[in-house]
Design a binder for this molecule. Structure first.
Ligand code: F6P
Length: 548
């Protein structure tokens, strides 16, 4: 069954939302809170170790009801079932979208073309488990008989961002292995990483779903050349493993068949950290922790699949995001985790969200006449407060922001954690209330400034407030809660793609640049600049002249 094909703006709910928007757009959240003291009670969801408070949004109960109507009108319930049961919802690539099967239980069923893939998934998980354990406990050794000390993940996009983010996020659970990531084709990055490595004790994990990606293949060849300065060709089998759907290309590269960890075309790159792409995560934190990550994601999958829409965290977050994107005209959303461990979470979500929903053609092949994918950005708090928060507080743009915080820190430093969390709560409160003219006046009076000076300063010190935030408060950062958090955002992406009537699981937009880069590379090599626009020809000419 294909996904329902409905232009969202033609739905009754959308038209009602447009009317409702006109009624509500000038009512401030401050007024909403004054009117209804029960907002936090009404607009929050408690689920497992998560508390999601969405009361600090420019909504009332009618907004939520209408957004839920919209979800129903576009056939979200059926769409969720198609997603989980392996229907080919990635139509432009004729594929199922089944990253959820990777974290399913042994006795679940996940069908691809009528075949249950669960046992295959568990075979690969077992291979990951055995391999990780043998590397971690030193049973598997390098070519000179020494145990491994360093792991290098070579991959880009989904073959890098997920593992990098998760290894960083789970640093507290890490073992003795040093983990490095090489993604960029930038040779300086490769050279800087190599400087830290001993070929005798380093394991290279080449991660590429297609095994055709220029960056990953070039970086792998460069690393292999470096490795062969110290070792023989036969030693490659001990030091290089691959994660790929393309067994032939991986074998041609010289990887031993036993060292190839398969993945499947029904797993999108940006949703692949749950597959063998997570091998580096399993090496870094041990298979048990990797499995707990999967388990947390599976719990979120069940919550998403089985909970009524009004108590369903990914659905509520997705609907709020549609509300701001399509009615308030917000262009971006900020993600602010109050933990340094999640410093790579926003970059990770950038690919997941923007590669998925950065589409302008609907499922009929027509150009959409409404906005789709949001721009995602962010950095951990409290750092970001001292960087870009000024614009969120007093700039001209409306930037809905997710605040992600944890009740307990991982090390027991209560003093630091309470300070961190006081910032967390203070920011959402400040964004809600702002600072009124009267408050600023009182403040200025207290400072005993002249009237002239006070009048001058007054407008600059007023904060409008009324800036929407979601507060996602989690008990503690563990592999399980991280898994659930990632899965929550994955499902938010899915819901938004369903509403916007777009295909979220292809990424044709990244192809053009790749094609042009390969012909430009040839022109650089031959110093023969062909037909380009005047700007590109001028720039290429300048580069060739000065670099050769
Ligand atoms: O940038 C496009 C893309 O195809 C991503 O979707 C993907 O995660 C990345 O390239 C890497 O691809 P591969 O794993 O095939 O090397």
């Amino acid at each position: 069954m294909p996904l329902q094909n409905t232009n969202p703006i033609t739905t009754k709910a959308w038209q009602e939302l447009e009317k409702h928007f006109l009624e509500i757009k000038n009512i401030s959240m401050q007024e909403m809170f004054q009117e209804d003291n029960n907002r936090a009670e009404k607009f929050h969801i408690k689920w497992e170790d998560f508390l999601v408070d969405y009361s600090k949004n420019r909504i009332n109960q009618s907004t939520i009801n209408l957004l839920l109507d919209l979800a129903n009108e576009v056939g979200l319930k059926d769409a969720i079932e198609y997603y989980f049961t392996g229907k080919k919802i990635n139509k432009t690539e004729d594929r199922s979208v089944l990253h959820t099967a990777l974290r399913a239980n042994k006795n679940d069923i996940a069908l691809v073309d009528g075949e249950d893939v669960i046992s295959e998934i568990f075979e690969v998980k077992n291979k990951i488990k055995l391999f990780s354990e043998n590397i971690i406990n030193g049973n598997k050794k390098g070519f000179s008989g020494k145990s491994f000390t360093d792991i290098v993940n070579i991959g880009i996009g989904g073959s890098d961002l997920g593992p990098t983010m998760a290894v960083e996020a789970l640093q507290f659970y890490k073992n003795h292995l040093n983990v490095h990531f090489i993604s960029n084709i930038d040779g300086d990055h490769v050279a800087e990483t190599i400087k830290k490595l001993n070929p005798e004790t380093t394991l290279f994990v080449i991660v590429s779903k297609t095994f055709t990606t220029q960056e990953t293949l070039t970086n792998s060849e460069t690393i292999k050349d470096w490795f062969l300065k110290f070792a023989t060709k036969e030693d490659i089998a001990k030091h290089f493993v691959a994660v790929s759907t393309n067994i032939k290309n991986a074998t041609d590269f010289g990887i031993d068949n036993d060292n190839i960890f398969p993945m499947w075309d029904w797993v999108g790159g940006r949703f692949s950290l749950w597959s063998s792409v997570g091998l580096t995560i399993s090496l870094a934190v041990g298979f048990d922790n990797f499995d707990k990550l999967l388990c947390g994601a599976n719990k979120m999958d069940n919550h998403f699949r089985n909970t009524p829409f009004d108590k369903n965290t990914p659905i509520i977050l997705a609907l709020l995001s549609v509300w701001y994107n399509n009615f308030f005209g917000s262009e971006s959303e900020a993600i602010i985790p109050y933990t340094q461990y999640l410093q790579k979470f926003a970059p990770y979500l950038q690919q997941a969200v923007m590669e998925s929903n950065g589409k302008s053609v609907d499922r009929n092949g027509n150009r959409v006449n409404y906005q789709t994918g949001t721009i995602i950005w962010g950095e951990p708090g409290s750092n970001s407060q001292h960087a870009f928060f000024q614009l969120i507080h007093q700039g001209t743009k409306l930037i809905p922001t997710d605040f992600i915080g944890f009740i307990k820190p991982l090390y027991d430093d209560k003093e630091h954690h309470d300070m961190l969390m006081s910032n967390f709560f203070a920011q959402t409160e400040a964004l809600l209330h702002g600072k009124t003219k009267a408050q600023v006046n009182t403040e200025l009076e207290k400072q005993g400034l002249s009237k002239e000076k006070s009048d001058f300063l007054l407008p600059f010190k007023i904060f409008e407030g009324n800036k929407p935030t979601n507060t996602i408060l989690i008990k503690v950062l563990t592999p399980e809660t991280l898994g659930a958090l990632i899965a929550m955002y994955e499902h938010k992406i899915f819901v938004q793609g369903v509403i916007w009537n777009i295909f979220s699981y292809d990424q044709w937009g990244v192809e053009l640049g790749k094609q042009l880069a390969s012909s430009i590379l040839e022109e650089i090599n031959t110093t023969n600049v062909k037909n380009h626009d005047a700007s590109t020809s001028f720039l290429l000419g300048f580069f060739i002249k000065n670099s050769h």
